[in-house]
Design a protein around this ligand. Structure first.
Ligand SMILES: C[S@@+](CC[C@H](N)C(=O)[O-])C[C@H]1O[C@@H](n2cnc3c(N)ncnc32)[C@H](O)[C@@H]1O
Length: 279
């Protein structure tokens, strides 16, 4: 069974209680056998092995969050690498609930000339899991204290430009580790979220002036699919094309790292950690 390639737009009227329900209008793959993503929303990362079995990543290796890993250095690298390009084709595959793409938008908007954000957007964000995309469309996001602190620190204190505390949330309630925030249009309007399988989406990318992020994502694929994806990325990208992975894609608990697979098909590491180029 395959996920349909048709665009999946969720209405903004989804209630929080409905977020973990599978949408009715999409055929959903059996994640139990292939992509061990979510049967209910969770940020947990699982490893898929050759036989489709899944094992849990160790704790502390599981979360998706705002300003994750080397996001800041990564954006600077993209800025410099494509400085002469009139348009940057920015693909964010395995985008999850949007926290990664929103981080890039905030970073570009807060710390670079306005043309840079314009050149990079809309960021094309795809996730195979409809529930993840549903979250991205929901218009609210649950943020931990540390995430809020990262936003404040990295956006010159401009938290209010990007998020607004949701109605009914009380920051003085210390029993809660996370609070719901409304996502302001400047974030949503700069990202195009849809359901999509990276292995299919990679065949549709623009080849020139292109960055494809596949971050904290490779453990979801079995070895065969990892190789297929890396080869397709190499074949499709133009000379100055880039692929970005992240910490959990090179995890020592995994049998084969994304780093070794990317090198095997011909990608070379760049001076920015976790970013690989064709040339
Ligand atoms: C741990 S999250 C990483 C989110 C984000 N990239 C980050 O670094 O924070 C991995 C995401 O990859 C998605 N995923 C797994 N297999 C996929 C595939 N074949 N195509 C697109 N997304 C996939 C999962 O549904 C999940 O949302």
């Amino acid at each position: 069974m395959k996920i349909s390639n048709t665009t999946l737009y969720y209405p903004k009227s989804i209630k929080k209680t409905q977020l973990n329900e599978q949408p009715q209008n999409v055929q959903v793959q059996s994640f139990e056998k292939t992509n061990p993503a979510f049967t209910s929303w969770s940020r947990t990362v699982y490893l898929a092995n050759e036989f489709g079995q899944k094992t849990r990543f160790p704790k502390n290796c599981q979360d998706t969050w705002i300003y994750r890993g080397n996001a800041k250095k990564f954006v600077k690298f993209i800025h410099d690498w494509f400085k002469d390009a009139p348009k940057i084709n920015f693909y964010n595959f395995g985008c999850s609930n949007g926290s990664e793409a929103f981080t890039y938008v905030m970073e570009m908007d807060s710390n670079y000339e306005p043309e840079f954000l314009k050149k990079c957007t809309p960021i094309i964000a795809r996730d195979i899991e409809p529930i993840a995309i549903k979250y991205a469309y929901f218009g609210e996001m649950e943020l931990e204290k540390g995430e809020v602190e990262s936003i404040v620190a990295n956006t010159n204190g401009n938290m209010d430009k990007y998020f607004k505390l949701a109605e009914g949330e009380d920051l003085s309630d210390k029993s809660k580790m996370k609070h719901w925030y409304e996502v302001n249009p400047i974030l949503n309007n700069n990202v195009d979220f849809q359901v999509g399988d990276a292995l299919e989406e990679i065949e549709k990318i623009e080849p020139e002036n292109t960055i494809v992020t596949l971050r904290n994502f490779w453990p979801y694929l079995n070895l065969h699919k990892r190789k297929e994806l890396a080869q397709k990325a190499y074949d499709r990208l133009g000379d100055n094309g880039l692929v970005a992975i992240a910490k959990f894609d090179n995890n020592p608990f995994d049998l084969i790292t994304a780093d070794s697979i990317l090198r095997e098909v011909g990608f070379k590491p760049t001076e920015c950690e976790y970013v690989y180029s064709k040339r």
